[in-house]
Ligand binder design. Structure first.
Ligand code: C5P
Length: 294
């Protein structure tokens, strides 16, 4: 078997993120509205006759190669599920999504590898099967297989597709302080009281195609338990708001913050201001339809 294909891995944002309990096995029960945005990594996935070897190359020297990279892990999971022991896999990733940011970059790369290999190898797995394979790679991978707008529950693997968010512009800003996802979950566990976002209100607004209602309902339970950087998050939100953002929130377990804008001009102005302080500031879109992005 020989072939090569290209695939895009869209970044994800959590429009809202809530932790509702602890699951058997120690993972947390989540409720989150997840959203793909136009910022993406570009992957080239190749297969050739071989012995099941997996090679991952990226334009970021500090990222792991091989199966330690989630993209390589995805190739291994796919190889084993499809019984392809006599094929080698090569994955080249041009990364644009910030790393360790709460934007699902690694998970989205893994999901893109599953989609690309399914196409390339003619294995004909349906989306549900690919999502199931994704579960063993990481909690956000099943959503990233689907993309678009979706409600994620359970560990993140119970997915309900939602109508696409109304078209808008997004400014994404990653401050420099690092966060550790397991540590953030531990902080949630020891918090006395948590202000939970109103996920149902957000879902209703998305269903009604109400951009302003959706933006006003965004929230993230992790914001309140940040050990440091809360002030920085507040100051980024201030810039976003004063440039015309109709809502802003932290994504995932942080530290990335984003704002939604109905107009391109406001988003561009916010980008200009934030880039002076934060190198990792990005302009992105939620398109009217994902078909136009192919
Ligand atoms: O599944 P994933 O490897 O992305 O999760 C990273 C870490 O985040 C886990 O080791 C766990 O500490 C935490 N997590 C959790 N509950 C979830 C998802 C992630 O506790 N639903």
């Amino acid at each position: 078997m020989t072939g090569r294909t290209k695939e895009r891995a869209w970044a994800k944002l959590n429009l809202c993120l809530d932790v509702t309990g602890i699951l058997p096995g120690g993972y947390h029960a989540l409720r989150s509205v997840m959203q793909s945005v136009s910022l993406c990594d570009d992957l080239t996935v190749s297969v050739s006759p071989g012995e099941g070897n997996i090679r991952v190359g990226t334009n970021r020297a500090y990222l792991p190669t091989g199966e330690k990279n989630l993209a390589g892990k995805a190739a291994a999971v796919f190889r084993d599920a499809a019984g392809l022991a006599d094929v080698d896999f090569a994955i080249e990733i041009r990364k644009h999504i910030p790393v360790c940011a709460g934007m699902g970059g690694g998970s989205s790369d893994a999901a893109a590898v599953l989609r690309a290999l399914n196409r390339l190898c003619g294995t004909g797995m349906d989306t549900k099967t690919l999502c199931k394979l994704g579960e063993s790679i990481g909690s956000d991978v099943p959503y990233c297989v689907l993309g678009g707008t979706a409600l994620a529950e359970g560990r993140g693997e119970i997915l309900t597709a939602l109508p696409n968010m109304p078209e808008c512009f997004v400014v994404i800003c990653k401050p420099k302080f690092p966060v550790s996802t397991p540590e953030m979950f531990a902080r949630i566990d020891s918090a006395a009281e948590l202000p939970h976002p109103d996920t149902d209100r957000l879902v209703d607004a998305v269903k009604a195609g109400d951009l302003y209602g959706a933006a006003a309902s965004m929230g993230n339970v992790f914001e309140t338990v940040l050990p440091k950087g809360q002030r920085e998050i507040a100051s980024i939100k201030g810039v976003l708001r004063s440039s015309g953002a109709i809502g802003s929130v932290m994504s995932g377990s942080g530290p990335t913050v984003f704002g939604l804008f109905p107009e391109r001009e406001g988003a561009e102005a916010a980008c200009f201001v934030l880039r002076q302080r934060y190198r990792e500031t990005y302009f992105a879109r939620i398109p009217k339809s994902w078909d136009e992005m192919e």
